[in-house]
Design a protein around this ligand. Structure first.
Ligand SMILES: Nc1ncnc2c1ncn2[C@@H]1O[C@H](COP(=O)(O)OP(=O)(O)OP(=O)(O)O)[C@@H](O)[C@H]1O
Length: 269
């Protein structure tokens, strides 16, 4: 198997006396769409913030792209940050900037690319996420929910990242928009050869586009692996989350289809 692109080992996270993670381990491999699942408050966002260096764990080690985060100096941290894009929940676009200005922001902040080239990159990224070039001049308040997500995704892709972090990417979208966004994630992964880590509660996404996942509960990763591996775990949260009749009826056909295809999640729509 390839070298992991992200490795978390024995992560402990405490805020004051409150323990959020008590020995979390997970491994993400290149090219995967990796899901992080768990109840509200389980510590999914904190875990991702630790990977992208917005928070430091109390103890434990995190390796991203072969680099151990706690060993990096200021310049190395700055360089590593350029290797990923992040789509926060609700898009988090700057409301006072147009879509084009939002997408160009990381390019302005991290590079000295001239304005005309920046504009070309913005056009490219808009096309990549399926937005019309007319969207460039619009402000976030003029966009639909789906367009905001796509614009925020375009901004996350501005620096040609190797890794993409998505926080509940389909939340707030209608079912058709959510499935279209799932397809976009798979297409981008395939076309750009990126690794995607996404926090999600969306069963459709979990059953159709996630390759491997970690389930956070009781301050630990209680299950990690493919859907079949995770569903074989008898932890009560996993049982509650996956094993009820509604889910079985709705999704079992899809599991079989994925199994018989014998390959990646993009086989199943
Ligand atoms: N900077 C912080 N300082 C103190 N406590 C924090 C901080 N960030 C998060 N927490 C706490 O850590 C716990 C886990 O939060 P986190 O946002 O990671 O949960 P989550 O699993 O992502 O939940 P949700 O699905 O609701 O977004 C929560 O109890 C939260 O209040």
């Amino acid at each position: 198997m390839a070298e992991p692109i992200i490795e978390m080992r024995n992560i402990v996270t405490r805020f004051g006396d409150t323990v959020i993670h008590d020995g979390v381990n997970l491994t993400v491999y290149p090219g995967e769409i990796y899901g992080i699942l768990g109840e509200s408050g389980a510590g999914k966002s904190v875990l991702v913030k630790e990977i992208i260096m917005l928070l430091r764990p109390t103890s434990g080690t995190i390796k991203v792209l072969g680099k151990e985060l706690s060993h990096l100096n200021y310049v190395e941290r700055h360089q590593l940050r350029r290797s990923w894009g992040v789509l926060f929940q609700f898009g988090a676009l700057f409301t006072s900037l147009t879509v084009a200005e939002n997408i160009a922001l990381p390019l302005k902040e991290y590079t000295s690319i001239p304005k005309d080239l920046r504009e070309k990159i913005v056009r490219e990224k808009l096309e990549m996420v399926g937005l019309h070039s007319r969207a460039a001049a619009l402000y976030p308040s003029e966009l639909s929910g789906g367009m905001i997500k796509r614009a925020a995704l375009a901004r996350a892709l501005a620096m040609d990242p190797k890794l993409l972090f998505l926080d509940e990417p389909t939340s707030g979208l209608d079912p058709i928009g959510a499935r279209a966004f799932d397809r976009l994630i798979v297409d981008l992964r395939d076309a750009l050869d990126i690794t995607v880590v996404m926090i999600t509660h969306d069963l459709d996404s979990i059953f159709t586009i996630v390759d491997r996942m970690a389930v956070l509960a009781d301050k630990h990763v209680v299950a990690e692996g493919t859907l079949q591996e995770v569903m074989a775990t008898d932890h009560p949260f996993v049982q509650r989350f996956f094993k009820n009749e509604y889910i079985s009826k709705r999704f079992m056909g899809k599991i079989d289809a994925k199994d018989s295809a014998g390959s990646g999640a993009s086989d199943v729509q």
